[in-house]
Ligand binder design. Structure first.
Ligand code: FPP
Length: 253
């Protein structure tokens, strides 16, 4: 209790990351530990999604990107894949009004053409409804793979070079970024992974080049507000040098 009180005094909006990306891992294990079906873990995971969005909105974190379904997740048993698709549409149905009321833009990244038509329709309605919202952007990565995203961007760049719309000399990091699914969204400052694994798992490979990485053993359904603050505090305690030396960072602060 004392610990909670002590740490909550640091919960100011100073030096918050602008963009937090999360690999939400551990739903299956959370369910298994409780002798429940895996899908129940995902259902509880969806509640954690709601909490994380509310955390970011209420603390002024402008961008939240969540890894909900990877290109590799298509290999899971059919019942789990369809259960996850159903959960996603239920999430949109139940949350989109509040998301919109809170001026949050709903965004998705990934190979959306692989999603079932009904899910694509639901997503399109949510995108259209919230496209002018400004307070925050919630991006959900669906059928997403970082390598696939980079290949697709490289092909688009190639087309532009061939057509003469882009000159080789003008191609730089920021121009390349504009061909990624995340165009217009700044790179993540903080990448959180729950569930104890220490990997990036093909998530935002290009974009996390300078992100601070934070790993926790907590399983995603147990990732609550206190856990989010711990990640933020770890982020604040680090010095981001972007390849420079500390004296250069201090003098420009
Ligand atoms: C990884 O845990 C989690 C997923 C593959 C799915 C994430 C989905 C949700 C959090 C719920 C729905 C999402 C939204 C945006 C409403 P795992 O199943 O790999 O867990 P395990 O490693 O313990 O088996």
């Amino acid at each position: 209790m004392v610990d909670r009180l002590t740490s909550s005094s640091d919960h100011t909006s100073k030096d918050l990351p602008v963009h937090v990306a999360i690999i939400m891992d551990g739903n299956g294990r959370w369910a298994k530990q409780r002798y429940m079906p895996r899908l129940e873990g995902h259902r509880q995971g969806a509640k954690s999604v709601r909490r994380a969005v509310e955390f970011c909105r209420s603390n002024g974190i402008k961008y939240l990107t969540l890894y909900a379904f990877s290109t590799e997740n298509w290999e899971r048993p059919e019942s789990e894949v369809s259960g996850l698709m159903k959960l996603l549409t239920q999430f949109i149905d139940s949350e989109i009004e509040e998301i919109h009321r809170n001026d949050i833009r709903f965004n998705v990244i990934g190979q959306l053409q692989r999603l079932p038509e009904s899910v694509r329709q639901k997503i399109k309605t949510a995108l259209d409804k919230t496209c002018n919202n400004k307070t925050m952007t919630l991006s959900v990565a669906l059928s997403y793979g970082g390598r696939q995203e980079i290949i697709s961007a490289a092909l688009k760049v190639h087309d532009k070079l061939v057509s003469g719309d882009l000159r080789e000399d003008d191609l730089n990091d920021s121009v390349f970024s504009s061909f990624l699914d995340t165009a217009g969204v700044p790179d993540p400052d903080l990448l959180i992974r729950t569930g104890g694994e220490l990997r990036i798992s093909n998530f935002l490979l290009w974009q996390v080049a300078y992100a601070e990485l934070y790993f926790t053993d907590l399983l995603w359904p147990s990732f609550d507000e206190d856990a989010f603050w711990k990640a933020i505090e770890a982020y604040r305690s680090r010095q981001r040098r972007f390849g420079k030396i500390s004296e250069q960072i201090q003098s420009s602060a």
